[in-house]
Design a protein around this ligand. Sequence first.
Ligand code: MRU
Length: 335
Amino acid sequence: MKDPNRSMLVREGLRPFFLDERGLHLLDQRALPHEERWHTFTELEDVAQAIETLAVRGAPAIGGAAALGMVLAARQGHDLEGADRRLRATRPTAKNLFAALDEVKAAWSAAAPAARLAAVVDAAERHVLADEAACAAMGAHGAALIADGDVVITICHSGALATCGIGTGLGVVKSAHAQGKRVRVVALETRPLLQGARLTAWECLREGIPVTLITDGMSAFAVERLGVTRAVVGADRIARDGSTANKIGTRTLATVCAAARVPFHVAAPMSTFDTTIAQGVDIPIEERAADEVRGARGTPIAPHDVPVWNPSFDVTPPGLVTSFITERGVLTPPF
Ligand code: MRU
């Protein structure tokens, strides 16, 4: 039998977490880019809170963290049903969270009690390695769409820290860059939690990819004046008709791109596709705390009691999406 304390995702380069015999080591994305703060977790509850508070975020990374959280619970001999329920309650939108937990749960449910730890560890390892491979395949398929000289606009952060591999949307850009294509990125800052300003800008600079940061409201003017040729974004959940939930502001960007006849691509692994949901209106959308909008990074801006609406995601209709870049190739609906 393989060692249940074995390590996973211990490798060079940017990654949101790795597992070894001491626990789950997780890079706190809330502190980036100014501080690289790592936590070591042995308790499932710490992993659940890291997901809820966006210390780890990005749909595939949430799925990977949940799978490895189940490994911690199994190593400790905790009640796996309770652990699974706790993780499912962390964030509602990213399908990858539920896909990862479904895979781990199916493996332990099918195992004899004495084989449960090994089953959970094996299933979690399969999940994170499959995501790493899916990112590489999306990078290869997507890079073929990118032309030398492309100016790619993106929102939120869909790079390495959002996945178990090189990334989804930003992974495509990184793959094209690695092939020697000259690509420039225009990054929307992504209010209210600024994943674009903090993480996409930082990852592009680390990779040597030219990047220009803009505020979300600049997208229409930037598409015209910065010569944007293409948009590539990630996704949190995709319905059967191709309706795509992604970070709030994605739909605005897709609308801007459609008006300017700029191709708009969604890069996502199959674990983001939800075959149980027919259309976008049925995708559960997370609403977050009002103070995220009333202020910025803990600094109050708006009146402290102004009513706020803070959906974390929006849904882009399939008609605004040129194509979906997946590990199985470039798809268009119906899938
Ligand atoms: O709230 P977040 O930071 O988890 O939202 C992340 C996004 O919306 C990403 O664009 C999406 O998960 C794709 S990441 C590969």
